[in-house]
Write a protein that binds this ligand. Structure first.
Ligand code: NAI
Ligand code: 15L
Length: 266
């Protein structure tokens, strides 16, 4: 059985994935974040859990020892001041990929974000090879992370699946989610494909459900075998009956409020 490591296991998505992967009986190691975060309590007796700051190579060694596939969710997940973004999304990511070289990790699933392309207008449908148009320092860090992943494939043969996650919440709750929603069942199926798919090399994939109004076209990601089944449209009647919470600028761009934050109007 493949050994899977999950970073960011105490976070929003990590909590969902960890519970599922444990329930599936995977050979899993889950890592929570740096102190003062509460240590992860084992969900089952003997669960392989750890804690620490991934800027520290020793913590990375503990995470990656004997691992085949890393699901790397750890990082700053919203817009924050530049120093924090640099530490958690740039510096820690280099440590993680260097650790992957040391431990011969075969594949990394890198949690990228739609905010790497958030300045595209909502009218556009984006292919996988679209140019980056980050909407924030956070989005910029994800564009950088994808490039780092590409370099480690080209130079060191470490496979990466960069998943540009939309809005991964249990259910869509606002108008933008009709396009960006990534349902939890689809997330679990996606990760299953990332574990089992044969050689993928370097792949970028939209982390999005089968939404009728999706901004993103996953043509080209077929080698992964990701076939989403959830569709935000099932919630459209309820959502369309409510006001759109985004301001006029945020409504123009795929990144929503990340795009309108600190926006210079004409
Ligand atoms: P989250 O903020 O809930 O969890 C991230 C975890 O990373 C936290 O528990 C934190 O302690 C840990 N972390 C941060 N810096 C670390 C470091 N230096 N060393 C070790 N651990 C560190 O984020 P969430 O929502 O679970 O997202 C997971 C990943 O997916 C993030 O990388 C995020 O950018 C990405 N993503 C999430 C989306 C969503 O809809 N939730 C959408 C797009 C991308
Ligand atoms: C993200 O990248 C964030 O991590 C998450 O909190 C959401 O804001 C999501 O994008 C989104 O765009 O809805």
């Amino acid at each position: 059985m493949k050994k899977i490591a999950l970073s960011g296991a105490a976070g929003q998505l990590g909590t969902v994935l960890r519970a599922t992967l444990v329930a599936q009986g995977r050979d899993l190691r889950s890592a929570g974040g740096p102190a003062p975060a509460t240590p992860l309590a084992p969900l089952v007796p003997g669960e392989d859990v750890m804690q620490g700051d991934l800027r520290d190579p020793q913590v990375v060694d503990q995470l990656l020892q004997g691992v085949d596939v890393l699901i790397h969710l750890a990082g700053t997940s919203v817009e924050r001041p530049l120093p924090e973004i640099i530490e958690n999304n740039l510096r820690a990511l280099v440590e993680v990929y260097e650790g992957a070289r040391r431990h011969k990790v075969r594949r990394i699933v890198f949690a990228s974000s739609n905010h790497a392309i958030g300045m595209y207008p909502v009218e556009d449908t984006l292919a996988l090879d679209c140019a980056f148009r980050p909407d924030s320092l956070y989005g910029l860090s994800k564009a950088w992370g994808e490039s780092l992943a590409r370099m480690y494939w080209d130079k060191h043969g470490i496979e990466s699946i960069c998943v540009r996650i939309g809005s991964c919440v249990e259910r869509p709750t606002e108008f933008r989610h009709l396009s960006t929603w990534f349902g939890h069942e689809d997330l679990v199926h996606f990760v299953d494909r990332c574990i089992h798919a044969p050689a993928v090399g370097f792949l970028v994939v939209w982390g999005v459900s089968n939404n009728t109004r999706s901004y993103w076209d996953n043509t080209g990601s077929e080698p992964l075998g990701y076939q989403p089944r959830q569709n935000a449209e099932d919630y459209a009647a309820e959502i369309l009956a409510q006001p759109n919470p985004l301001d006029a600028t945020a409504q123009r761009f795929q990144g929503g409020s990340f795009a309108s934050q600190d926006f210079t109007a004409e």
